[in-house]
Design a protein around this ligand. Structure first.
Ligand code: FNR
Length: 188
């Protein structure tokens, strides 16, 4: 199964980026995770959405060819970062490549609550008509105080968090496969 990761932080030492690569490595037996570049996306612009720059075409193409999307979000001012909103706006228009594509959300922050507010907003956005992405029910992953739970090699060190992620990643794969079977049946 191919999964595209959209990470809502573009800084080099981002904990959420490290988390995405940790997931990529730890669950490589379950799915192939492609961590997408959203740093080079221009600001969404309705004037260019039908003939967008190549970076947008490439980004949307990678999402289109993935079986599912993993959203890895920090929390900025109690919501998702602007770079993630920008990526979503591109995805929601013209060919609407997210429609019907399964999503899984994880997130971390240096605060105690581990991006809980940001994830709540992201969940609502996934219902928007231009996105309409079925979301893995339950199985929330909120990693608070993330700076105390990832080492310098980018590995999670907190055992309860690792155990939880192991459980949820297995649930995600089972659920995403069911979603694709359902889609096949509906198209028959
Ligand atoms: C933050 N941070 C933050 N944390 C949180 O738990 N709730 C919040 O509302 C905010 N707001 C916020 C706004 C802005 C502009 C910044 C730069 C930071 C702290 C945030 O959790 C921390 O910087 C994380 O390390 C950001 O994620 P990455 O970049 O490490 O993935």
């Amino acid at each position: 199964m191919k999964v595209a990761a959209i990470v809502g932080s573009i800084r080099k030492e981002s904990f959420n980026l490290k988390l995405a690569y940790y997931i990529q490595h730890r669950y490589k037996h379950l799915f192939q995770l492609d961590v997408l570049n959203i740093r080079d996306l221009p600001f969404y612009d309705q004037d260019t959405e039908s003939a967008p720059p190549q970076t947008v075409i490439d980004f949307k193409g990678k999402v289109a060819e993935a079986d599912a999307v993993l959203w890895v979000t920090p929390e900025y001012n109690s919501t998702i970062p602007g770079v993630m909103v920008n990526a979503i706006d591109w995805l929601s228009r013209v060919d609407q490549v997210m429609v019907g594509k399964p999503s899984w959300i994880v997130g971390s922050s240096m605060g105690l609550l581990g991006s809980v507010k940001a994830q709540g907003h992201l969940r609502d956005i996934l219902f928007a008509s231009g996105i309409s992405s079925p979301l893995l029910p339950g199985n929330e992953v909120y990693i608070g105080l993330v700076h105390e739970k990832i080492n310098e090699k980018g590995e999670l060190t907190d055992e309860p968090t690792i155990k939880h992620l192991d459980l949820v990643s297995g649930n995600f794969v089972k659920w995403a496969k069911e979603q694709s079977r359902l889609k096949q049946l509906q198209s028959q």
